[in-house]
Design a protein around this ligand. Structure first.
Ligand SMILES: NC(=O)c1ccc[n+]([C@@H]2O[C@H](COP(=O)([O-])OP(=O)(O)OC[C@H]3O[C@@H](n4cnc5c(N)ncnc54)[C@H](OP(=O)(O)O)[C@@H]3O)[C@@H](O)[C@H]2O)c1
Length: 305
């Protein structure tokens, strides 16, 4: 086992954070979680912060070796009004500068900064390109968010801190995140492809993304951006069809019209209707990471109650 480290996690109460805290805690690491409101957590000490107001309990950052930055307002929770767009951006970017500033004042120099990031960095309307970590960024709202989010993380790499950016695909879990919402209509017998069905859905199982974060914290070989997605990237049509098969529900050959989703979700419908193909090139070629769920069928089976 790697030696015990002091790990600070922002957004440690969320889908990825809660499972990650369990994994890191059971490996003997000492964990501090920064939360705006959470009560006590098993395996972690919880400290208050209000990144919007620039407030942070300074005890949280004492002796920090590793920072894992997961905090961020939900992308698919509320309509993308102007205020919500600002919140989505600020809640990811401002905390990085806040922690960097407070650590500088306190004279704390971490050895690793691991930031969540997203595959929505890449062009989501080009369904032909296979995006590796070297592919160019797109111009969508989410691509702009990811650019600023990753740029903020560079404040640590510029100081010589090993910095990792987890460009994460859709995280699959039975209870949290987007999957239960995707599965709900399928369970009611209404499974069908969304829009053209040709958009890609890079995904990763919750267990694997959390195991990647553990690796990134412990393994000095991790550095820079990684497409944190399963090796098998599928289109929306294939995803929905496979989900229907596993849930033993019908897959209807008539796609859900894009116009209808745009009326219901506004611009946020882009999350459902767009998506680039994404390849885990650096994980495959540079890191000896063994996925527990490399293929969609196995991942979906594991979520099936
Ligand atoms: N899940 C996915 O499919 C997925 C895919 C790609 C990228 N990611 C990224 O990975 C990170 C973690 O994902 P997740 O699914 O675990 O997210 P999550 O379940 O939504 O949790 C994020 C945490 O961020 C904190 N938070 C929420 N709104 C905030 C705000 N306005 N200001 C500051 N903190 C706020 C909350 O903690 P407190 O309430 O305790 O403060 C929350 O528990 C996110 O940045 C997300 O964008 C996730």
């Amino acid at each position: 086992m790697a030696t015990s480290q002091n790990i600070l996690i922002t957004g440690g109460t969320g889908l990825i954070g809660s499972r990650l805290v369990e994994m890191l805690g059971s490996k003997g690491h000492k964990i501090a979680v920064l939360s705006r409101q959470a009560g006590p957590m098993r395996h972690a000490k919880v400290y208050r912060w209000d990144p919007g107001k620039g407030e942070i309990d300074s005890r949280a950052i004492e002796n920090t070796d590793v920072i894992i930055h997961l905090a961020g307002a939900g992308i698919g929770e509320k309509r993308w009004t102007k205020a919500r767009r600002r919140e989505i951006l600020d809640s990811r970017v401002k905390p990085v500068y806040l922690i960097a500033e407070k650590m500088k004042i306190a004279g704390v120099i971490p050895s690793v900064f691991v930031s969540a990031s997203g595959v929505s960095l890449y062009d989501q309307q080009d369904f032909e390109r296979r995006n590796t970590e070297k592919s160019p960024a797109g111009n969508s709202f989410l691509a702009e968010v990811v650019k600023e989010w990753e740029h903020a993380a560079d404040i640590f790499s510029d100081q010589g801190v090993r910095t990792v950016k987890m460009r994460t695909g859709l995280v699959l879990d039975a209870k949290g995140g987007a999957f239960p919402k995707i599965a709900a209509p399928v369970k009611m017998g209404l499974g069908a492809a969304l829009g053209s069905g040709k958009q890609w859905m890079p995904w990763i199982h919750l267990e694997d993304i959390c195991r990647l974060y553990v690796e990134a914290a412990e393994n000095p070989a991790f550095r820079g951006p990684y497409n944190a997605v399963a090796p098998e990237c599928v289109t929306n049509r294939v995803f929905m069809k496979e989900l229907c098969r596993i849930l033993r529900r019908p897959f209807w050959p008539v796609n859900v019209p894009a116009a209808m989703l745009k009326i219901i979700f506004g611009e946020m419908a882009a999350i459902l209707l767009e998506g680039g193909n994404c390849v885990n090139e650096r994980i495959r070629n540079e890191i000896f990471f063994h996925y527990r769920y490399p293929a969609l069928a196995g991942a979906l089976e594991s979520l099936h109650d």
